[in-house]
Design a protein around this ligand. Sequence first.
Ligand SMILES: Nc1ncnc2c1ncn2[C@@H]1O[C@H](COP(=O)(O)OP(=O)(O)O)[C@@H](O)[C@H]1O
Ligand SMILES: N[C@@H](CCOP(=O)(O)O)C(=O)O
Length: 316
Amino acid sequence: MAVYTSLTAAELTDLLSQYDVGELVAYTPISAGIENSNYAVTTSQREYVLTLFEHHAPDEVRNFVRLARHLGTKAMSVPSPVEDASGVWLHSLKNKPTILCQRFAGSHPDQLSEQQCEAIGRELAEFHLASSDLPDPRHDERGYDWWQSIASELSTDLNASDKALLTDELAFQQAQRAQWCQLPHGWIHADLFHDNALFDGDELTAILDLYNACEGAWLYDLAIVANDWCASDDSGLDPKRFEALVIGYQSVRPLSEFESGMWNTVLRGAALRFWLSRLLATRMAKSRSEELPAHKQPTEYRDRLRWHRAKSLSKG
Ligand SMILES: Nc1ncnc2c1ncn2[C@@H]1O[C@H](COP(=O)(O)OP(=O)(O)O)[C@@H](O)[C@H]1O
Ligand SMILES: N[C@@H](CCOP(=O)(O)O)C(=O)O
């Protein structure tokens, strides 16, 4: 968790002089980021967040930000870059692609409430509908093909029981492929964990970090949200928060009967995806002699996968 690129007041003042946003009053690094460097910037007019992309070329950033700009035109609260006085929104600082966005009020929710789950469900459905007229969603780089390829790479890190679980789940998901492909799909956020949303009490103020957004089944996106926002102490889902989430979502886009019949498969897929990505993150952290934070451990998602599998057996 860091800000990788340091900025001086003179560099920032120079950048801001190209925008019509007032004078620089203060700027503070935001330590919560993982991938990019973010600064909270206060000008004489309002609050902004400045993001320097640490690992991406300008064309990649243009592609990432396409969705946020589209949703911004539909008045959704997502970080859509502000244009400078000549209509340019992509700048460069220290040779890194840089954008300036409105800073949203609120903080990441901590103790998740049913009201917050209902609100995020509503917002996710709005996100799916509002993005449906934006063509060419990005390919999901952590989709089904990645599950298969990374699983064989990572299985050397696993004990026998986890290896068996992984093999069996991949076989199950492979068998479900044709069904999965029939689910309504389009742009998905693909990483709408509660640390990517801001709330003021129970009121949702913004959804952030659209940089994993890609093509996928809408139910899968909802399942990613459910696995995080409705997580219960027994590694499963809290029924009340889950019901609130689905009510919120369906108040905007009702699920079809076919989608409702696919819940268990898709919740399992969503748990598998983050089990795998956290296993990979663990391996990468180890290679730097680091550890993942306690709340980002792969076992959480392995255990949630087991819980969903047990549910499907008990129905069966
Ligand atoms: N537009 C914004 N308004 C308010 N806070 C923001 C905004 N953009 C980013 N942040 C804050 O910065 C943190 C890191 O942003 P994020 O896009 O998640 O970075 P990274 O991709 O580096 O993890 C967020 O968790 C949030 O606290
Ligand atoms: N929110 C995720 C991390 C983002 O996924 P990644 O595939 O980009 O690592 C988590 O909590 O694991």
